[in-house]
Design a protein around this ligand. Structure first.
Ligand code: DGL
Length: 261
């Protein structure tokens, strides 16, 4: 099974990409809805939660873990890799690779949660590969609750997105990384507000492609994964609002099972 986790809705954008790219593979998802959001919490807490989430997914039979959360990927990747002896995927590197492939002027914007932006991980990873790149980052803490609330097309959401993107727009970025897995849900509004000349980077599709390639190159691991096209969804808290938004994101009817970690 491929295990995927996030603090809530966001990771479902990654689940969707993995389902589209690897439709026959079994997936187990965990959304830590009781403890969301992660983006305003300390690194120590996010590491602790990420270890617990991975432990849970491993107990359900996951043989590969996808940390479908930029906040967890920013601060907890090393800790999770050190603790678990299985392939661990994070969402930052595929976004960086894709942004560097697409940018024409090497002027890249990054939006994410406070924890992700303050970690400076995107700047570090981009500079490692392109030392001269200009990078402008801005935290957008209100966007996660807006997505969780399902306020996808509200005028207030458009106004907030415009305000957040303004400092990046004036820097004339040509590429914008959606550095939070919740943000692809708002992709149309973000694309509209930043302008149609700016390429939008959502790492989920690139990440799913990397996993596909990895499984092709690693037949031993591939052989241990279930391939019945089943996806199971676990959350640490179930609310009717979450169920409704989750269905919109995943674009199908899903059954959520509540678990206590
Ligand atoms: N979707 C997550 C991310 O990519 C987490 C958002 C949050 O819980 O604050 O960062």
């Amino acid at each position: 099974m491929i295990g995927i986790f996030d603090s809530g809705i966001g990771g479902l954008t990654v689940v969707r990409a993995v389902m589209d790219t690897l439709p026959e593979y079994d997936i187990v998802y965990f959304g830590d809805t009781a403890r969301t959001p992660y983006g305003n919490k300390s690194g120590r807490t996010v590491i602790e939660y990420s270890l617990e989430n991975t432990e849970f997914l491993a107990s359900k039979g996951a043989k590969i873990i996808v940390m479908a959360c930029n906040t967890a990927s920013s601060v907890a990747t090393e800790a999770v890799k050190n603790r678990f002896d299985m392939p661990i995927y994070e969402v930052i590197s595929p976004a960086v690779d894709l942004a560097l492939e697409k940018t024409r002027k090497d002027i890249i914007g990054v939006i994410g949660t406070r924890a992700t932006i303050e970690s400076g991980i995107y700047e570090r990873k981009i500079r490692q590969k392109s030392p001269g790149a200009k990078i402008y980052s801005t935290p957008c803490p209100l966007l996660v609750p807006i997505v969780e609330e399902g306020w996808i097309t509200k005028p207030e959401t458009r106004m907030i997105v415009r305000k957040y993107l303004h400092p990046l727009k004036v820097r004339q970025i040509d590429t914008l990384i959606l550095g939070c897995t919740h943000y692809p849900v708002l992709k149309n509004i973000i694309a509209h507000k930043i302008g149609n000349k700016v390429g939008i980077i959502d790492s989920s599709v690139a990440l799913a492609g990397q996993i596909k390639q990895f499984l092709k190159d690693s037949p031993d691991i591939d052989a241990g994964l279930g391939k019945n096209g089943q996806t199971r969804f676990y959350v640490s808290d179930v609310t009717p609002q979450f169920e409704k938004t989750a269905r919109t994101v995943i674009k199908r009817d899903i059954k959520l099972t509540q678990v206590d970690l």
